[in-house]
Each structure stands twice: as structure tokens, then as C-alpha cells.
Design a protein around this ligand. Structure first.
Ligand SMILES: NC(=O)c1ccc[n+]([C@@H]2O[C@H](COP(=O)([O-])OP(=O)(O)OC[C@H]3O[C@@H](n4cnc5c(N)ncnc54)[C@H](OP(=O)(O)O)[C@@H]3O)[C@@H](O)[C@H]2O)c1
Length: 290
């Protein structure tokens, strides 16, 4: 037991003061590599979370075999009750969360013949709406000095540049609200279903639009943090891990998962007292234009 934990007990708190890091979708790929790096570099408990308990527990064993001791919590970001149960667990056990990495994501393969309207709905449901649900329920748990990292993609920036000038202006504006952004993401899905997304100014990529939305959401939430919790020094950023060899991206990508974890982990471990980056899109540890 650490001295902090003993003090906590002496003060009559029944919960630990150990710090905690939570990584979504971390049973494999970049998420697992982020947990590996945090186990080595973060002073606190690090949680693998996965929608499937068996896959999550196997991932814990993989890191155990490397001499690392991650913990496990079931967390399916598409299931609101799973999100609220996990949030309640971290609140009760740790009193809050110190690092949250929203890494879970999906992408249809290029060769997949699933109709585009289905791809649009399913992709946005996980990458944008479910990640937003995570943020809605976990942001209130973030401790002072906390770090939030949303794993987005360069594809989101490229997609932004292919949107109509009106859409680009809204995504880049300082006054876009979360409600307006949610409306735009819903509008994309509706216009795809109606076969009208091109006339409406959207490019032909559901994954890209979902990541444009996630990066924009990160900027909105960072601005809100600065306004509503100005003294809590919580830093929130979106990032691209690079093109990484995983089940999602295939074996031709240049980066290993451990290399893909470098930028998310850099953002998760921004030192106490740092004030930047915040509300940025970061790749290779550098703030990128948006
Ligand atoms: N690989 C790249 O080149 C690349 C480039 C840019 C951005 N990214 C982003 O990096 C993140 C990780 O991608 P990756 O390449 O590591 O992909 P991956 O190997 O396919 O891993 C994705 C992870 O997300 C999990 N996941 C999917 N839906 C989930 C849900 N509803 N709830 C909880 N977990 C869920 C998966 O769990 P299951 O095992 O249960 O499916 C898996 O653990 C994604 O957000 C992706 O968009 C990747």
C-alpha cells in the first residue's frame, strides 16, 4: 500500500488515491500498445478495456507475459449501460480518472461490399456517436491535471478539405457547438441514405467524416474545459497515430503498433503544469493545421 493510500484510509475515505488510466478498445492493435507503454511510464493503474471480456483477459495475459500488470474492465462503447457501469466503477474505486484514451474505432475494408448507407450509419455510430457517449459520461470524472486523448486520423483532415466550403467553415469555426456538430454528423448519414450527400457537400468516406467529427468534437470539448474548469489544467487533444500495422490497416503500413502508440502516449503523459497542446490535432508529436 502506498503512503497516499494509507493517508486516504486514515482520512476515512474508502477508496484508493491511486491514479488511473483507461484506454478504450485496448485488447489489440494501437490500444494494446498504448496500454503497454503506459504500464511502463505511468505511475498508477492502467486498464485494458474491451467489449469482449475473453479478448480483454487474453490481452492482460499477453502483457503479463511481458512482465506488465494491466487491469481489466469490460467496456463496449456502443452500449450505454456498459459505459455507465464502467464510469461508476472508476468513480467508486478511484474517485475519478486521470488519463482517458478514446482509441476504440472501426473501419470497413475498401473491398467490403456492404452498402454505403449501412457503412455510414455503422461507422459514425462507433467512431463518432459512441466515442461522444464515452466523453459525455467520463469528462465529469476527469481529475484536475487529467489528460484526454481522442485517437482520430489524418483521414479526418483530408476529408475536411474535401467538404464543401460551407461545411469546412463550420467544422473550423470557433463557435460551432456540440449540438450543431451532432446535427451535421446526423445530416451526413441522412443524406447518404437519400443518395444526396455529394450535392450536400460531403465526400464519399464514412470513416473520414467520422474522424472529421471526432477531431472537431475534441476542439469543442477542449474550449468548454478551458471555460468551465479553467484552473483544473485538464488537457484534451485529438491525434493521428500514423499508418500502423493492425487488423484495421493491414500489414503494409510502415509503423508498428508500439510506434503508433508514441503520439497518443505523449499526449496522455503531458507533464503536470503543461498548458499546451490543448484542443489540437497532433501527429508525430506536432500540432497539425486544421
Ligand atoms: N491503424 C492505423 O493505421 C490507424 C490510422 C489512423 C487512426 N487509427 C485509429 O486508431 C484506433 C485503433 O485502431 P487499430 O488500427 O488499432 O484498429 P484495430 O486493430 O482494429 O483495433 C480496434 C480496437 O477497437 C475495438 N473496438 C471496436 N469497436 C468497439 C466498441 N464498440 N467498444 C469497444 N471497443 C471497440 C476493437 O475491439 P474488438 O477486438 O472487439 O473488435 C479493437 O480492440 C482507431 O480509432 C482507428 O481509427 C488507426
Amino acid at each position: 500500500m502506498t503512503r497516499l493510500q494509507i493517508w486516504s484510509l486514515e482520512l476515512g475515505h474508502n477508496r484508493t488515491m491511486t491514479k488511473v488510466a483507461v484506454v478504450t478498445g485496448s485488447n489489440k492493435g494501437i490500444g494494446l500498445a498504448i496500454v503497454r507503454a503506459l504500464c511502463k511510464q505511468f505511475e498508477g493503474d492502467v486498464f485494458i478495456t474491451a467489449r469482449n471480456t475473453g479478448r480483454g483477459e487474453d490481452a492482460v495475459k499477453t502483457l503479463n507475459s511481458e512482465g506488465l500488470q494491466p487491469k481489466f474492465q469490460q467496456l463496449d462503447i456502443n452500449d450505454l449501460s456498459s459505459i455507465t457501469q464502467a464510469a461508476a466503477f472508476f468513480k467508486a474505486t478511484y474517485g475519478g480518472v486521470d488519463i482517458l484514451v478514446n482509441n476504440a474505432g472501426i473501419a470497413f475494408k475498401v473491398a467490403d461490399t456492404t452498402p454505403f448507407e449501412v457503412q455510414a450509419e455503422v461507422t459514425l455510430e462507433t467512431n463518432f456517436f459512441a466515442t461522444r457517449d464515452m466523453l459525455t459520461h467520463f469528462m465529469p470524472l476527469m481529475n484536475p491535471g487529467g489528460r484526454v486523448v481522442n485517437v482520430s486520423s489524418f483521414v479526418g483532415s483530408r476529408t475536411l478539405n474535401k467538404c464543401s466550403t460551407d461545411l469546412q467553415a463550420r467544422f473550423r469555426s470557433e463557435d460551432i457547438t456540440e449540438d450543431e456538430l451532432v446535427g451535421l454528423m446526423k445530416r451526413f448519414v441522412e443524406k447518404v441514405k437519400a443518395g444526396q450527400h455529394k450535392e450536400d457537400g460531403w465526400p464519399e468516406t464514412a470513416y473520414g467524416v467520422s474522424k472529421t467529427g471526432l477531431t472537431t468534437l475534441s476542439m469543442i470539448l477542449a474550449r468548454r474545459l478551458s471555460k468551465e474548469r479553467p484552473h483544473d489544467n485538464i488537457l484534451l487533444n485529438a491525434c493521428c497515430p500514423g499508418w500502423v500495422r493492425t487488423d484495421m490497416a493491414g500489414d503494409k503500413a510502415p509503423k508498428s503498433p508500439d510506434e503508433g502508440a508514441i503520439t497518443p502516449v505523449y499526449l496522455a503523459l503531458l507533464p503536470p503544469g503543461a498548458s499546451q497542446p490543448h484542443g489540437c490535432f497532433v501527429s508525430d508529436k506536432e500540432v497539425q493545421p486544421w
